[in-house]
Design a protein around this ligand. Structure first.
Ligand SMILES: [Fe+2]
Length: 435
């Protein structure tokens, strides 16, 4: 009898502890590795592991990782795996620990690029409402990488009651990741911190569980390559993807005039003290610039823009603070493009230096925050700046970057409602064109 009870309990436990919400991210400074992440409701009693291989029936490689928990209902497992063959598009894997292993799945290797132009989907500010058209379109197009520039899921907008919405918050985040799993075709999904990622409630962190404060969920549910790029958690990091060096900055904390600091009360409450972001950024750019003959493009993304049409800016003057701190560094190191979200609209600017159009040496500033969320499209009061090249403050959509070669990148903005291209520009690499 006891034996039956034991077997029944193990069975229920295994069922309850099924892995869910698979997500992937570029794992290293070189793109021959990927972090595979998943969640379970209960902790494992040994290290999480992945068995993987090119043959579905022979998962002959194995990798161990770590488990991170920030609230008792969400255990997140992260394992780094390597892709030894650059001619294999899909690998198969199963996850679990040394006592149980589940579900063989497929994963898209990031190495494959020889037969086509790698294509990247880019947007900020995606929630779980008003996203059906966007998700359908993203799913129908084959992407090699996704970049979500902050404000992940809008779980913090859910609770009416301040501080008492943990279950709602967690549930919304799960639904969001479930959506990502459906449309991302097992492809790396990179994230960066936004103002909606600070804590359990968008108004303040008063009463939030301690694990949910100061980017708790954001830093536990995902694993970005900060270890490999000397960054900090998911707060800032960099990685190479084909011929682009991508840098993810943090426009929320840890710079002069940051909108969130240890004393902030409103707008997600207190946060920060992750380290010296600016010193890291300069070091990373120094290194990337020395490697420019091999990786000629540098693209930075961060949640908040420094140039946009919208008059709304909370806390007041934040975009000017970001411009003051980050723009001189971007100019010094010849960054090609800065892409942001935060404004729930689309905007592409002419190349800019210090507020002036400079077609030869300027940086392209793009705002791309309208894939859909419960706060809908930003209407706001719009300034007419001379540097605005194109804008759309009416429709849902997302950005797409197509890598042609070391000299030319193609940037598109797609409308979610009909899949039409709404904006296209070919960006020339200023370093190479100067030679
Ligand atoms: Fe935002």
């Amino acid at each position: 009898m006891l034996l039956y009870l034991f077997i029944a309990l193990i069975g229920v436990n295994a069922l309850y502890n099924d892995p869910y919400n698979f997500r992937f991210s570029i794992g290293g400074y070189k793109f021959d590795s990927i972090y595979v992440s998943w969640s379970t409701k209960l902790p494992y009693d040994s290290k999480p592991l992945i068995k993987y291989g090119v043959d579905e029936n022979n998962l002959n490689m194995i990798s161990y990782g770590e488990s991170i928990s920030y609230v008792d209902s969400s255990i997140n497992h992260h394992v780094l795996i390597n892709f030894p063959y650059d001619d294999t598009k899909y690998y198969f894997f199963s996850v679990g620990n040394e006592y149980s292993n589940y579900t063989v799945q497929k994963i898209h290797s990031p190495l494959i690029s020889k037969s086509y132009n790698p294509t990247i989907a880019i947007y900020g500010d995606m929630g779980i409402e008003n996203v059906d058209d966007t998700i359908k379109l993203l799913k129908s197009r084959e992407y090699d990488l996704f970049i979500h520039i902050g404000d992940i899921s809008y779980a913090d907008d859910k609770g009416i009651e301040i501080g008492n919405n943990k279950d709602l918050y967690e549930n919304t985040y799960d639904i969001f990741l479930n959506n990502v799993e459906k449309f991302s075709n097992n492809t790396p999904y990179m994230i960066c911190p936004g103002n909606h990622d600070v804590t359990c409630h968008s108004i303040t962190d008063l009463g939030c569980e301690s694990g949910l404060k100061n980017f708790g969920a954001f830093n536990s549910r995902f694993k970005m390559p900060s270890l490999e790029s000397n960054g900090v958690k998911n707060m800032w990091y960099s990685f190479d993807f084909h011929n682009i060096h991508f840098i993810s900055i943090n426009t929320e904390t840890d710079f002069d005039g940051a909108p969130t600091n240890p004393y902030t009360f409103f707008g997600g409450g207190s946060g920060g003290n992750f380290g010296n972001q600016i010193e890291w950024l300069i070091n990373d750019l120094e290194k990337a610039n020395k490697n420019r003959n091999k990786i000629p493009w540098i693209i930075v993304y961060g949640h908040r823009p420094m140039y946009d049409k919208n008059i709304v800016d909370w806390p007041f003057l934040t975009k000017y603070n970001i411009r003051k701190v980050f723009e001189p560094i971007f100019i010094k190191y010849n960054v090609n493009i800065y892409i942001a979200g935060h404004i729930h609209a689309y905007e592409r600017n002419h190349p800019i230096i210090d507020g002036n159009i400079d077609l030869q040496n300027g940086i392209y500033h793009i705002v791309c925050g309208s894939p859909g969320n419960q706060e809908k499209i930003d209407k706001g009061v719009l300034f007419n700046h001379k540097y605005t090249a194109f804008y759309n403050y009416d429709d849902y959509g997302f950005g797409e970057l197509v890598i042609h070669n070391d000299t030319i990148l193609e940037w598109n903005f797609y409308l979610s409602k009909n899949g039409n291209k709404n904006d296209t520009v070919f960006i020339h690499n200023k370093l190479i064109s100067k030679n």
